[in-house]
Design a binder for this molecule. Structure first.
Ligand code: GFB
Length: 312
């Protein structure tokens, strides 16, 4: 039986950027048996706690949006945490889902699984065809292991476990901490604070030349629910918008939306990361799915979320 509004659906990481978007989409579609647990309620680093949770709640469908995530600097500075914690979280959730007889599971990876110099736009077949981008290889290795674990449980045990690889995400419930965040929430905060304080300059990291593809979390939420209902292949599938911008263009766009009129300067002691990361999402598009939120509209709504969440 496929997932419907009566199904028992567990969203791991339901308070985060991606998990909360999946949750909102399921609510919007009238799902009434949603299961979510905070870190305090179920520690996903604890195998026994995860297995108890599965036994008690018996979910039929599972979305894995729980992970230790962060921007380029956090990835570079905490290699052990990014590798170890992500392996633990996904091992517990995937193995536990098999033990609990979960009908279908969707694991979320990241576009950083691809080799740094793989042909662009990035096709699913490029996985493991070359060396990874060094700033986030630890996170990438964990995510590759998660994809492989889903494929292995599918082959050995016949589990309907699938994986989706989203591009760079942004939207409500993002992390706005300047040391650990991704670029888009960092820009919202930096440009907003500069505007409010009347600062003449905003300092951005790297050279501004890297190209990135952005997707609003609500588009990813819709894609995840769509894939849970319509996709069941061993090969993972890319989820992107198909549009890329340079980090410099992004800075100018965020500056304009926020209303900052000063100067943008580039701190080239900070890493650029991979030069380009555009996904080929044609397999997903061929299934009939399309993103709905363009970058400017998405940044405007993300800025509203930032203003609403801001204390003081
Ligand atoms: O979003 P971001 O941290 O992640 O950085 P990645 C994207 C680009 O923005 C890099 C530049 O070229 C940064 O140097 N940048 C400029 C900034 N100013 C800032 C700033 O103030 N903060 C941040 N964070 N960046 C991550 C991976 O890579 O992408 C993760 O590390 C994950 O593993 C995620 O895959 C999607 O796109 O470089």
């Amino acid at each position: 039986m496929s997932m419907n509004e009566h199904s028992r659906v567990y969203v791991a990481g339901h308070r985060g950027l991606v998990g909360s978007a999946i949750w909102r989409e399921l609510q919007r579609r009238g799902f009434r048996n949603l299961i979510g647990r905070t870190r305090q309620e179920v520690d996903l680093l604890d195998a026994a706690a995860v297995s108890r949770f599965y036994a008690e709640t018996k979910p039929e469908f599972v979305f894995i949006a729980a992970a230790k995530v962060g921007g380029i600097l956090a990835n570079d500075q905490q290699p052990a945490s990014f590798l170890f914690e992500n392996l633990q979280i996904q091992n517990h959730l995937i193995h536990g889902a098999w033990q609990a007889g979960v009908r279908k599971l969707l694991f979320l990876g990241s576009s950083c699984i691809y080799p740094k110099l793989a042909p662009q736009p990035l096709r699913e077949e490029s996985l493991l065809s070359g060396p990874l981008e060094p700033t986030n290889e630890w996170y990438a290795v964990a995510k590759i292991a998660g994809i492989k674990l889903c494929q292995a449980y599918r082959r050995q045990y016949g589990c309907d476990f699938i994986s989706a690889m989203p591009t760079n995400m942004y939207g409500p419930n993002d992390n706005y901490d300047l040391q650990t965040s991704h670029v888009l929430p960092a820009f919202l905060r930096k440009f907003h604070e500069a505007k409010v304080s009347g600062a003449a300059r905003v300092v951005c990291w790297g050279s501004g030349t890297p190209l990135r593809e952005f997707l609003h979390a609500d588009d990813l939420g819709r894609a995840c629910v769509f894939l849970m209902q319509h996709y069941s292949e061993e090969q993972f599938i890319n989820v992107g918008s198909g549009r890329e911008v340079s980090i410099r263009e992004l800075a100018e766009l965020v500056g304009r939306i926020v209303g900052f009129t000063g100067e943008i300067v580039w701190d080239t002691t900070k890493p650029d990361g991979t030069p380009r990361k555009l996904m080929d999402s044609s397999r997903l598009f061929a299934l009939g799915w399309r993103p709905q939120i363009d970058l400017e509209m998405g940044i405007r709504s993300a800025y509203e979320d930032f203003l609403a969440k801001r204390v003081g």
